[in-house]
Every structure is written in structure tokens, then in C-alpha cells.
Design a protein around this ligand. Structure first.
Ligand SMILES: Nc1ncnc2c1ncn2[C@@H]1O[C@H](COP(=O)(O)OP(=O)(O)O)[C@@H](O)[C@H]1O
Ligand SMILES: [Mg+2]
Length: 250
């Protein structure tokens, strides 16, 4: 059973998920402390998004328990509404507030103030009356971040947020997430294919490939750890080796 330790925001105990007899996740036990910034890495099909679905309570029948102590803010891997939808940036941002208060509540002046402050903080304030369809990839992801933050989450989950952002945009997006982490005592779970970026940004690394291989401080993750989960994905291995060489030659 989950421990119900107040210092933990997330407690997953022996989570397994199978489709027919196909194992997707197997025996995952994981805890995240309040204020932790963890990067979740693993090859395509490792079960990262499935694990997120379990955390947000949207996974079909599974074994084991998931306990979240607080509110979740979630930036999905693929956005769930069409960007052609005729809706403004401000209206999308406000969805995060509705998520917290329920859809029947009217937004207060205070809510609008909060949204303005968030849009300012991520640098999309001047876009507030634009249609979402006119935003660049980076601007759109910042908006998705505002929407997730408007829920005032204890646990912020970002599932491959860099999709559709160019290299420059990526760097500034991660800088932004880091600033947010410092200014609020949020727990962040960041899923990304960009191992170098994850190692730079996060405090801890969670290595997943159907089972959980490790969950530890960035500095104690070894090339062996990465090899274990990326054994068939050579490109990642080479990039992560480069990363280690850079790290250890300093
Ligand atoms: N509901 C489901 N039914 C069948 N297969 C699924 C289901 N959910 C996930 N999978 C499969 O589980 C594997 C892990 O998927 P996913 O969690 O999206 O991986 P990742 O996010 O790490 O790339 C994939 O092979 C995917 O096709
Ligand atoms: Mg995924």
C-alpha cells in the first residue's frame, strides 16, 4: 500500500499495466518529494506517457496504487484540441482555472489577474487576444504551460513539451521552467527525449523502460544506467556518452 508520507507529492506502488498479455508497465514503485524536479527518460514505447496517464488517473484497469497528494498541472504530449479552433490565447489560458474551480464557476477579477501575471511571466502577454492558431510552436507551448500553471499545481507534469519548438525556443522554455521551479516550490516531472537538456535542467533522473531502472540524483546516473534502458536505441546512447564526456572532463 502507499505510505501516505506527507513529504511526498507522488507515491506509486507496484503499478503494472498490461494490454491483453502484452506488458506495458511492470511493477513500478516510485516516490517524488515536494520540490523535486525529476526528468523521466526512456526510449520510444517505454511507457512514459502511460505512466503519466496513471498519475493523472486516466489509465484503464491496472494493478497497484497511485497516490497524488495535491493538484496536478499537466502539459500533454499532444495537445487535445485543434489549433484551428476559434479561441483566443486568453481563453485557453483560463481553461486551467476552470480545471481547478469547475466549469460552472465564473472567473473573478482575481482569476483574470492571475492569468495576466502568468502570461507575463512566460512572455506571451502581448498575444492574449490572438487566436491560438496564429501562434508559433514555442508560443503555443508557453500557453500550454500557462494553462497547466493556472491550476496552481503541486505536481507539474510536462510530457515532451519541446515537441514543435526549435533549438533556441527549447533552451528558453527550459530556462523558464527552471525559473518557475525556483519561484514556486513545485514538484516537476519532465519527460523528454533531449537527454542533454534533461541532465542540465533536472535534479533527479528516472530511467524507465517498462520497469523502473533507476531514480536518483543526476550526478550519480552512469553511462551504464543509460545503456540499460536505451540498449536498442543507439542514437541516444551516443548523445548521452558525449554528455558524460563533457561532464567528466570539467
Ligand atoms: N491502451 C493501450 N492499448 C494498447 N497499447 C497501448 C496502450 N497504451 C499504451 N500502449 C502501448 O504501450 C507502449 C508504451 O506507450 P507510451 O506510454 O505512449 O510510450 P512512451 O510515451 O514512452 O513513448 C507503446 O507500445 C504503446 O503502443
Ligand atoms: Mg510518450
Amino acid at each position: 500500500m502507499a505510505k501516505n508520507d506527507p513529504k511526498n507529492v507522488l507515491e506509486i506502488n507496484n503499478l503494472s499495466f498490461r494490454v491483453n498479455s502484452h506488458r506495458i508497465l511492470e511493477g513500478i514503485t516510485l516516490e517524488m518529494e515536494r520540490g523535486e524536479f525529476a526528468g523521466l527518460i526512456g526510449p520510444n514505447g517505454a511507457g512514459k506517457t502511460t505512466l503519466v496517464r496513471a498519475i493523472i488517473g486516466e489509465l484503464e484497469e491496472h494493478e497497484g496504487t497511485v497516490r497524488v497528494n495535491g493538484r496536478i498541472g499537466y502539459l500533454p504530449q499532444y495537445s487535445e484540441f485543434s489549433r484551428d479552433f476559434p479561441i483566443t490565447v486568453r481563453e485557453v489560458a483560463a481553461m486551467g482555472i476552470y480545471r481547478r474551480k469547475g466549469f460552472l464557476r465564473k472567473l473573478t477579477a482575481d482569476d483574470h489577474e492571475k492569468i495576466n501575471a502568468l502570461m507575463k511571466q512566460v512572455g506571451i502577454c502581448e498575444l492574449s487576444e490572438r487566436r491560438v492558431g496564429t501562434l508559433s510552436g514555442g508560443e503555443y507551448q508557453r500557453l500550454m504551460l500557462v494553462r497547466a500553471l493556472a491550476a496552481e499545481p503541486d505536481l507539474l507534469i510536462l510530457d515532451e513539451p519541446e515537441a514543435g519548438i526549435d533549438e533556441m525556443g527549447k533552451a528558453s522554455f527550459y530556462r523558464l521552467v527552471n525559473d518557475l521551479k525556483k519561484s514556486r516550490n513545485m514538484t516537476i516531472l519532465l519527460i523528454s527525449h533531449d537527454i542533454g537538456m534533461v541532465f542540465d535542467a533536472c535534479d533527479r533522473i528516472i530511467c524507465l523502460n517498462k520497469t523502473l531502472h533507476c531514480h536518483k540524483e543526476v550526478r550519480s546516473v552512469s553511462a551504464e544506467d543509460l545503456k540499460k534502458i536505451f540498449s536498442t536505441d543507439f542514437d541516444f546512447l551516443i548523445r548521452s556518452k558525449d554528455h558524460f564526456e563533457r561532464e567528466h572532463s570539467q
